[in-house]
Structure formats: C-alpha cells, structure tokens
Design a protein around this ligand. Sequence first.
Ligand code: UDX
Ligand code: ADP
Length: 461
Amino acid sequence: MNKVKTISCIGAGYVGGPTMAVMAYKNPHIKINVVDINEEKIRLWNSDNLDDLPVYEPGLAEIVSKVRNKNLFFSTQIEKAIDEAEMIFISVNTPTKTYGIGKGMAADLKYVELCARQIAEVAKADKIVVEKSTLPVRTASSIKRIFAEQKKDFNFSVLSNPEFLAEGTAIKDLLEADRVLIGGENGEAIQALVDIYSAWLPEERIITTNIWSSELSKLTANAFLAQRISSINAMSALCEKTGADIDQVARAIGTDSRIGPKFLKASVGFGGSCFQKDILNLVYLCRHFGLEEVADYWEQVIKMNDYQKHRFAEKMVNAMFNTVNGKKIVFYGWAFKKDTNDTRESAAIYVADKLMDEQAHIHAYDPKVNYERMLEDLSGLRTRVEEKNTELLKFETDPYEAAKDAHAIAILTEWDEFITYDWQKIYDSMKKPAFVFDGRNILDHGKLRDIGFEVSAIGKS
Ligand code: UDX
Ligand code: ADP
C-alpha cells in the first residue's frame, strides 16, 4: 500500500483536536482535515485568537499555530473530508446512554454509527477507518457490517486505535506516549497507521493486537486506573476515623515497586469523560455475558466514587453546624482536574448539587470554566428547575472577591494557582469561623490553621 497522504478525522473534540494537531505536526507531508458538525466549534478552532480554541491544553495552541492551514485544516465539510482521505479517524463522542436499553450503563453509539454510515455512503475508493472514540468491545464488527451492506467494490479496513491521553497533559502524552495500541486484521492497514506514529515514536512502543484485545484494553486500562483512585479514596475514609494520614499511607505503599506511586492521590472523587463511562460500559458488557460477579466487582469502583463525592458534601454540612441553608460557600475549581476546561463528570457538579439541595449559595470560580458550562452541568442532573440553579449558583471571576463574607471555601480542582493565594487576605474577608474544605489535599493545612481557618481535608483526621 502507498503511504497515506491525506487523513480526515470526524469529531473535533478533546480527543480529535489535540491528537490530529500532534499527528500533523509530526507528519508535515500528510494533509489532515478535522471535521465536525458543530459549526461554532470549528469557528473557534479556526480563530485567530489562540485563547479561543475550544479545547484548553497546555502546549496545544503553540502546535496548532505551527500547523493550522499548512497541513492541518478544521472545517464542517464532512463529505469532502471523507472523500479526500485514505484514512479516516472516528473521534466522535460516545456518552453513556440516557434512554432505552442499557440506559445509564451502555455507551450510546448513535454518533459512531452515523459516521460509519456517512463514510460508507460517501466513499468512492478504499478507506482505512480508525476507531479513536472509546467504544464497547465488538463495535468494530458493527462498523464492518455497515460497510459490508453497502456492497461497494472496494475495501474498508477497520482498525481500533484507542486514545490513552489524559486531559491537561494531552500534548505531552501524545508526544511521549508510553505506548500506542493498534488493533486490526489487515496487515497493510495496520502498517499504514504504524508508519504515521513511527514518525515520532520508537516502533517498540507501538503495540499491535487483534481488534477485540485493542478495544478491551482501553476499557481495562481505565478500569484499573479508576480502581486505584477508588481504593485510595476508600482508605481515606478509614484514615479519617483512625488518625492515619492518607498522603502518608499513599507514599508508604507507593514506594513498593509492585504498587508504584502514580494514581494514588486521594480526592473528592474522580471525574472526566472516560472513567465512569468506560466502567459502566464494562459492567454492562459483563452482565450481557452473564458474568454477574465480574460486573459487581467493577461496579463497586463507581459506587465508591459516588460515596466519596457524597461524603465530602456531607462532611461540609456536618462541620458547618449541620446547616448550610443560605450560607455562602465558595468553590475554587469546577473542572474535573487541573489544566483543562473540561467539566464532564466533575466531582464539583455533584458536590454543588448536594449542597444546593441543602439550600446553600454556591459561588464558583474556575480559571478556565465559564458560567454557561457550570449551569449546563447542573441542568444535566435534572435535580431542580433552571431558575433555581441560577439562583443558587453564582459565578465569580476573582477568587478574592468571591471569598468576601463567605462561610466556607471548598477546593474542588487542584489548580496550582490556589496554592499561591494570599490565604491571610482570604481569611480576613470571610465570616468566622472560616472553613476550608480541601477536596484535593493541595493546601498547607498547618499554615491555614495558624491563620485561624477550620480545615477539613481528605483522609486526614
Ligand atoms: C483518563 C486516562 O488517564 C486516560 O489514559 C484515558 O485516555 C482517558 O481517561 P483523564 O480522564 O483525562 O484520562 O484524566 P486522569 O488524569 O486519568 O484523571 C481522571 C480523574 O481522576 C480526575 O478527576 C483526577 O482528578 C482524578 N484522579 C487522578 C485522582 O483523584 N487521583 C489520582 O491519583 C489521579
Ligand atoms: P471526546 O472527548 O471523545 O473528544 P467531545 O465531545 O469533546 O468528545 O468531541 C466529540 C465531537 O464529535 C463533538 O465536537 C461533536 O460535535 C462531534 N460529532 C459527533 N457526531 C458527529 C458526526 N456525526 N459528524 C461530525 N462530528 C460529530
């Protein structure tokens, strides 16, 4: 097979955008079209002001500025992009189903199927179709069926190439990937994709497997990572009862090379677009195959995460004399982790919702998240009418202004800037007793107590 000269990527989101930017940067001889149905998103990807890019990732804007309109193009012309490319990545969203069979568990594949159908209809020559979205195992076979039904006299090869980048470090994760996984059956198609990645990664980091192993590896990797967080969070609850300190425990166990130090940071709970969705998917898959015990085992990781979020909110209410009704509570952070503007499944949403049930007044500040996004996150929970959300959740643009007359400050995201704030100034402007609830264990608690704060953290008594 000749080398790929044109790639198209359907879906210009958190995965498609950064991945294609790096691919274009490292393969200047390949033209890459990134297309999306969302016109506003494409307009922002093409914006002259790089601060407007729809995805915030450290290092992304620099790379986009180097390759955009040279060999990386953002547009809404999906059919043209399909027609032009020898290789097409599907990077559309696969949220958890909110209706029908598998509601709340299975991945909603309608966007993937729509893409596959569109590719099948438009294509006039051989195509390599690469699944980039996180998908349930055996999705590739459904995609192949759709292509087979078209009965066209050229080949569609389907590859699975799951994304392992983490938001906030996406560019680094792409440039220095631990591994790239390519699942497929057609050797030529696999080689074509290997060639693209080997432009910047050593070949030994490019793992090829059969397509099912590749699809399942993505779910397994995320399940294992999330399981570590739920495990450390479970121990954090016990630490709070016993006087042990979760950060000390994590450090002690992390030095065991069999356990390792990463992903042992106790927190208010994991968020993000992948962990919960992928585990629910895994649980659904296991139930489908009658593996009840396996399903229950993984489901517990989610239950522990829900428990951690609720526990945090409850602890806040208990500490504040069992009532937060009418009290001003300031959230520092709304994103699901630092260095991203993504809020999907962020613990902040669930903690806010619970406190709003208690009639608290939440004032939220996040360096990268806007008010519209926060309100959409809350309305997605459908707990109360929109007007009530607007009444109980206020937006703040200045962390010091936000703190004025507040009863409490809660850290929901581990943004570095929170550590460097003038906490004496914050204390002076707050109502007393002034509470700090550190859901990320990032602040200097001793220093805060010296100032006069009542401090409560995760896994510390
Ligand atoms: C994850 C996987 O890491 C990545 O490989 C996959 O491609 C997509 O899903 P992401 O969700 O972007 O990436 O971020 P990640 O760094 O994994 O964090 C997920 C959540 O876990 C965040 O809310 C984070 O704050 C939380 N977390 C992470 C902890 O609470 N403690 C930790 O020790 C690590
Ligand atoms: P991810 O984190 O998986 O990248 P996002 O929601 O950030 O998820 O991005 C997925 C993108 O896919 C969205 O911008 C959405 O508009 C786009 N999309 C969904 N379906 C289609 C489709 N059929 N054609 C083109 N783009 C699509």
